[in-house]
Structure formats: C-alpha cells, structure tokens
Ligand binder design. Structure first.
Ligand code: FES
Length: 80
C-alpha cells in the first residue's frame, strides 16, 4: 500500500512555499527511490490559508512548512 503526501495547491499555499515544496518532494522521492511507495496528490484550498503552506503526510497535517522543515518531516516519516 502506498504512503500518501497531500500538498495544498491553493493559490495562497502555492505562492507561500508549496511551489518550492512540491519540487523538493519530487526531488526527495527521486533521490531516495521512493516512486513505488509514495503517492503525491494536490489538494484544493482547505480554508487554512493563514497557517500555510499546508501539507498532509500520512494523515498528519503540517502547517507553515518550509523546505528545511519539509526534509526533516520526510526523513522522520519515511526513513526512521
Ligand atoms: S491555499 Fe492552502 S489552505 Fe488555502
């Protein structure tokens, strides 16, 4: 069963960092050869723009995600 990353692609989250976060996720998947295990989906705005950029990873919501904390979260979730 694949693991899930859901990234908000609403205009606020996208402009505030999820544009770069999406690239970082795709690069992370490639670098760690996780293509077969991970499913990345884009979400519409979920009305939590003030807390964005928002990303849900394996059912846990993360807010104010920048590319530094994103890599820490991905390592913690998929490498440990
Ligand atoms: S754009 Fe992401 S919650 Fe609104």
């Amino acid at each position: 069963m694949s693991k899930k990353i859901q990234i908000c692609m609403g205009s606020s989250c996208f402009a505030r960092g999820n544009n770069k976060n999406l690239q970082a996720i795709m690069r992370y998947i490639q670098d760690n050869k996780l293509e077969a295990e991970l499913e990345v989906t884009g979400l519409r705005c979920c009305n939590q723009c003030a807390n964005g950029p928002n990303i849900t990873i394996e059912g846990i919501e993360y807010h104010n995600v920048d590319s530094g904390t994103l890599i820490d979260i991905l390592d913690k979730t998929f490498k440990e």
